[in-house]
Design a protein around this ligand. Structure first.
Ligand code: ACO
Length: 531
């Protein structure tokens, strides 16, 4: 499927800095233009303008440089949705450093692994982040600089003080489109999460898919929102940065997702465009006739990605909200390569869409040939592609395994119908998809096995009507420990607080032993089948 289409041509400049592109064009042309609308817990809204994003990111870039952060260094960003996230990212990009977004749901173990593996030199965070970093600092010898949005604490410097003491101008590094800019950790079927390293061009590679799924070009009064953490590719690259590049403001809200609050937010702020993962849309469905209860007339488009939406929810959005979902597909390594285009009437219930112009996507058989109509195969994307990652951080073999010739293999199984629409079939490996999060079982199993009562553990995805799958763990206890609901709760809490609130096993089954291969590997497939 070559969707480059007649007349499509990528326009990737020879020199390009994504931080300058996102903040400075509008920051110079229309400094008072609203960029980020931050909604506090009490509902108050604080607006950050493009002019402020531009000067604050300049100030922070200068301050980071003065504290020894150099081009190529990794700068972690551990913050809830807020203007500071974009300031931190843009500062890193302008400096020629690599921004490393970290999700707020991560516990100390997940953070320790990612910060150590990346050798992050600085972390911009808040008081909650500092509390998680405190017990793991000893394992992070490279982490020399902490900056907190909540003021100085311990050896962490105050972001406000740094900004106040730095110049509003900064000569951004003259980067090329392939120079590293951003690294997002993503889980695989084996081992720990891998850092997918992207060049500055990654944002330009997103633009065609973004425009299609959100029914852009923008209109006057557009306002964008997603509940997805901006630390994920979905929040950062499907929403935040492309919206700002278009000069469209984005709502920042850190509160937990809940249907009534979500509808009230749309009504109050007159949100026009939302990116809602399929699980979020299924949670909204708990309110059957929302247009009778809320004024949702501002909402002109809903986009969705990260897991299969399903025909039922697609139809519910059509009936209940009067909109066709702009469904899309991509991976952190190569995002937004398939999408629907609601504005053009391109979309089909239960399909992730068609290839986005500029990306060559195929459904491949195991022998590498292209599958026929309705024949399942693996989704693959041809390189070069501006949206494609550069490599996995420090993992040349894993990078090599991700490709077969010029095809980047996704591991996702799908079929293409006679009209070219791609329908997701699933995965044939152990990767878990839960609430649009891609979850590797190994990280969970490693964490489970550090619990004093656990001898052996296996994690699988169990089909779930709301979250696509939930994490289920099978646990063999050490001698002296007996299965009980209390122990199951304690083990769940252990993973939730240490590893991550989105990766903990929502179900635990105690077993006397687990199915193993002769070489001692757990056969997760057998556990999945037994479910
Ligand atoms: C290529 C791509 O990247 S595309 C898409 C990428 N993926 C995403 O963007 C992920 C999208 N998913 C989500 O944003 C969420 O899962 C939602 C909105 C669908 C549903 O949210 P929730 O059900 O509240 O929680 P979520 O699954 O994120 O988090 C797990 C736990 O963290 C906790 N939690 C979540 N948000 C918060 C918060 N803001 N504050 C405190 N705790 C929180 C919850 O307690 C939840 O645990 P529980 O259900 O046992 O109580």
């Amino acid at each position: 499927m070559d969707a480059s289409g007649p007349g499509f041509r990528w326009d990737i400049p020879a020199r390009y800095n994504v931080g300058v592109d996102v903040c400075d064009r509008w920051g110079a042309a229309e400094p008072e233009r609203p960029a980020i609308l931050e909604v506090a817990a009490d509902g108050a809204v604080a607006t950050t303008t493009f002019g402020r994003l531009r000067t604050d990111s300049n100030r922070l870039a200068g301050a980071l440089a003065a504290h020894g952060v150099a081009p190529g260094d990794r700068v972690a960003v551990l913050l809830p949705q807020s203007a500071a996230v974009m300031v931190a990212h843009a500062a890193a990009y302008k400096l020629g450093a690599v921004a490393l977004p970290l999700a707020g749901l991560f516990g100390p173990e997940a953070l320790a692994y990612r910060l150590a593996d990346s050798g992050a030199r600085a972390c911009i965070t808040d008081a909650a982040g500092l509390a998680k970093l405190d017990p793991i600092r000893g394992r992070l010898p490279d982490l020399a600089l902490l900056v907190s949005v909540d003021g100085a604490a311990g050896d962490a410097l105050s972001l406000a003080d740094l900004l106040a003491g730095a110049a509003p101008d900064f000569a951004a590094r003259d980067t090329g489109p392939d120079d590293p800019a951003l690294m997002i950790y993503t889980s695989g079927t084996t081992g720990q999460a891998k850092g997918a390293l992207h060049g500055h061009r990654v944002l330009l590679g997103h633009m065609p898919g973004f425009d299609r799924m959100h029914a852009f070009p923008p209109r006057s009064g557009d306002l964008m929102w997603t509940p997805s953490d901006w630390a994920w590719a979905g929040g950062l690259l499907n929403v935040l940065m492309p919206s700002l590049r278009h000069g469209v403001p984005v709502v920042a809200r850190a509160a937990r997702f809940e249907a009534d609050a979500a509808f009230r937010l749309i009504e109050r702020l007159r949100i026009t465009n939302a990116f809602l993962a399929p699980t979020a849309l299924r949670m909204l469905r708990t309110i059957a006739t929302p247009r009778e209860r809320y004024d949702l007339s501002s909402l002109r488009n809903v986009a969705s990605a990260g897991e299969a939406l399903g025909a039922d929810t697609y139809r519910w959005v059509k009936d209940a909200l009067g909109l066709s979902v702009g469904e899309a597909y991509g991976q952190t390594e190569c995002n937004l390569v398939l999408s629907a285009a609601p504005a053009e009437g391109v979309g089909r219930a239960g399909s992730a869409g068609v290839p986005v112009p500029g990306h060559r996507v195929a459904i491949l058989r195991p022998d590498g040939s292209e599958a026929g109509v309705d024949e399942p195969g693996e989704i693959a994307v041809a390189r070069p592609d501006p949206v494609m990652f550069l490599r996995y951080w420090n993992q040349p073999e894993a990078t090599a395994r991700k490709f077969s010739g010029d095809w980047m293999l996704t591991g996702d199984q799908a079929r293409r119908d006679a009209d070219g629409y791609v329908h997701f079939v699933g995965r044939d490996d152990d990767l878990i998809t839960s609430a649009a999060y891609r979850i590797g079982p190994a990280e969970i199993e490693d964490c489970l096995c550090t619990h004093p009562a656990v001898a052996l553990a296996a994690a699988i995805g169990k089909p779930d009507p709301l979250r696509t799958e939930i994490v289920k763990a099978f646990v063999v206890l050490r001698p002296g420990h007996a299965p009980s609901p209390e122990l199951a709760d304690a083990i769940q809490a252990f993973v939730r607080t240490r590893l991550s609130a989105h990766e903990y096993p929502r179900e635990i089954e105690f077993r006397d032993h687990l199915p193993m291969t002769t070489t001692g590997k757990i056969i997760r497939r057998a556990l999945r089948d037994a479910g």
